[in-house]
Write a protein that binds this ligand. Structure first.
Ligand code: OAD
Length: 251
């Protein structure tokens, strides 16, 4: 980014005084790290499948090995991936705003790697698995010849601890996200197409209670008409510039 982005003075002033903020991120926040968004076509071996055909309980029941292997491949791809300036800027915002909740639809764990602490993982985390029978969680497991590996407690098949299409969100995470939307003064929607419920309703919950809505996205979304500020562009460029404009220092 050559020229420093110029932000409306009223936006900068309002953000300087913010005490309670909530952020919703989607795949666009990780895109500049090289992580494919849901809109990007699948590549290589997986080009023949759509996420909707792999990330479902039915797909896992039908072919658990294929679903496990798809997530194992995405986990492997993440080994070469680093947080990008959008992730770092959001970690800086958390340090600057007293009550800050980062709600993410992403399962890549990049926000935590960039130093974000209060992260609500609405759709789970690719680096965690759980038993499909007894529900036991694990962040480490033994890879065996048999895939998916088996639960050490009950022998059930392990599955990625991510929310599949048609599944409910983890209740506690959803309650935390909704509470943040209901109490924040500013709600940021960043890098999400805003079409998957119930995450997509969070900015509207915030707007209804009077929060300022700031959208940062490459393209217009269903939220855009309701946003007080819609900053069109790359999150990895806009967020660091916004942090510098509001709080100075390194965004
Ligand atoms: P999408 O791929 O639907 O949307 C990504 C959005 O980010 C698009 O609107 C892009 O224009 C925008 N974008 C891409 N690169 C960007 C960048 N560098 N800076 C800013 N914006 C950028 O991904 P999500 O909205 O995250 O759910 O999808 C939401 C959910 O749909 C996912 O969590 C997944 C999927 O169904 C589950 O897996 C349950």
């Amino acid at each position: 980014m050559s020229a420093e982005l110029l932000f409306r003075d009223d936006l900068v002033k309002r953000l300087r005084d913010v005490v309670r903020a909530a952020v919703l991120t989607g795949a666009g926040a990780s895109q500049e790290s090289g992580v494919r968004t849901f809109r990007d076509a699948q590549v290589g071996l997986w080009a023949q499948f759509r996420p909707e055909d792999l990330a479902t309980p039915e797909a896992f029941a039908r072919n658990p090995k294929r679903v496990w292997d798809w997530y194992a491949e995405r986990r492997r791809l993440l080994q070469d991936v680093e947080p990008n300036p959008a992730h770092w800027a959001l970690a800086e915002m958390e340090r600057r705003i007293p009550h800050f909740t980062l709600i993410t639809q992403n399962i890549d764990g990049l926000h935590q790697r960039a130093g974000s602490v209060h992260v609500v993982e609405l759709h789970g985390n690719l680096h965690r698995v759980r038993c499909s029978v007894c529900g036991r969680y694990a962040e480490r497991w033994d890879e065996t010849e048999e895939t998916p590996p088996r639960c050490v407690a009950c022998g059930g098949m392990l599955r990625p601890d991510v929310v599949w299409f048609g599944e409910f969100l983890p209740r506690l995470e959803w309650e935390r996200a909704r509470s943040a939307a209901e109490t924040c003064q500013v709600f940021f929607s960043i890098g999400t197409s805003g079409v998957v419920e119930p995450a997509a309703s969070l900015p509207f919950i915030a707007k209804r209670q009077g929060a300022l809505i700031v959208e940062i996205n490459l393209e217009a979304t269903p939220l855009t008409p309701s946003a007080d500020y819609s900053l069109r562009g790359k999150a990895g460029e806009i967020l660091p510039a916004l942090v510098r404009a509001v709080w100075g220092g390194e965004g």
